[in-house]
Write a protein that binds this ligand. Structure first.
Ligand SMILES: [Fe+2]
Length: 340
């Protein structure tokens, strides 16, 4: 062994940040690859590059860029006009992350305004209508089949936003309601809007929001988790800058990692453009940039136990990614078409 050769620590772990694992030391940088063909390959994209029909067509719906084996999806929206209908997703909870612009979600359980950096949680079967308050808008929407709950680890003082209840006398305004299910849209026409309400008279409001900037990065240990679906199938974390040693190169045996860079000023490794989404599929050796960036940046991560795949719309704007600092990989990927 040469005296000055670089040694690399490596971790193989189960259950993301929570399970058992093994640590080894190697001389080679295991994440490196020169070529890949197949679907299970790391990519990066900027959500601003996705071709969005709902930018120009108020009646269009968001565009899916990822789909998972369980039916979870990531979609992008760039809506410029109010939705001309009410929509209800009967297959999944929706988490809308606002990258740009200002939106208001008029729901059957009140109105909730959203600014850049906000996550708005709209559970399955809650009818809602998106209103545009300031353009241009850009949102990343996660659709998760299991019920997503606020679940903080480590615990932090949460500042959760709740809808404002506005009493609206229902005028006889004919309203179209779109029911979104796994196999498409079912369209109802109703004599009244289902959003008008006289009073909220009990129970807990299912709609809530939290701002990324209000989730404190954990100074030690794993990133701060703030939301989870049943059995930890999908986990949401802040991945904003924090003083910490760079993680070892590692294998995440059970989760795909999707990391979204919201804003600087600091760069996170080779990721410096707001709106960049990186994807490392499960079980691949990767390293990842240091999170110790004194200038600061704001980012978050979705861990998905069901394997993710790029859709055609996502693949059109995605680049193959190296998994050291998460820059574009010099090789062209021979990767096409989702497998399920
Ligand atoms: Fe990782």
């Amino acid at each position: 062994m040469a005296e000055k050769e670089q040694l690399y620590a490596e971790h193989w772990g189960r259950e993301g940040f929570y399970g058992d694992g093994v640590n080894v030391t190697r001389l080679q940088h295991v994440p490196d690859f020169t070529h890949v063909s197949g679907l299970h390959a790391p990519h990066r994209l900027n959500i601003a590059d996705v071709l969005l029909p709902d930018r120009g067509d108020a009646a269009a719906l968001p565009t899916a860029i990822f789909i998972s084996r369980s039916g979870a999806q990531l979609s992008v929206s760039g809506r410029r006009q109010n939705m001309p209908f009410v929509v209800s997703n009967v297959e999944a909870d929706e988490i809308h992350f606002i990258q740009q612009g200002e939106l208001c979600f008029a729901t059957a359980y009140g109105r909730i305004a959203a600014l850049p950096g906000d996550f708005v949680f709209i559970p399955r079967a809650v009818p809602y209508q998106v209103e545009v308050a300031a353009i241009p808008t850009l949102s990343l929407i996660a659709e998760i089949p299991g019920a997503v709950k606020f679940d903080a680890a480590p615990k932090f003082e949460a500042q959760l936003g709740v809808p404002e209840i506005a009493v609206v006398t229902p005028e006889p305004v004919e309203t179209t309601v779109l029911i979104k299910s796994f196999d498409g849209i079912t369209r109802y026409v109703k004599p009244y809007s289902p959003l008008a309400m006289v009073a909220l008279s009990g129970g807990s409001n299912p709609v809530w929001k939290i701002s990324l900037k209000d989730i404190p990065p954990n100074p030690a240990g794993h990133p701060t988790q703030f939301a989870a679906s049943p059995d930890n199938d999908e986990l949401f974390y802040t991945l904003s800058a924090r003083p910490r040693r760079r993680p070892p190169m590692h294998y995440n045996a059970d989760y795909d990692e999707l990391i979204f860079y919201f804003a600087g000023p600091g760069a996170w490794g080779a990721v410096k453009e707001p709106g960049t989404l990186t994807w490392v599929p499960k079980g691949l050796a990767h390293h990842g940039p240091s999170e110790d960036v004194p200038e600061g940046y704001l980012a978050w991560m979705l861990e998905s136990r069901p394997t993710m795949r790029l859709t055609d719309a996502g693949m059109k704007v995605a680049q193959l990614m190296e998994t050291d600092l998460y820059g574009p990989h010099p090789a062209q990927a021979s990767v096409r078409r989702i497998g399920f």
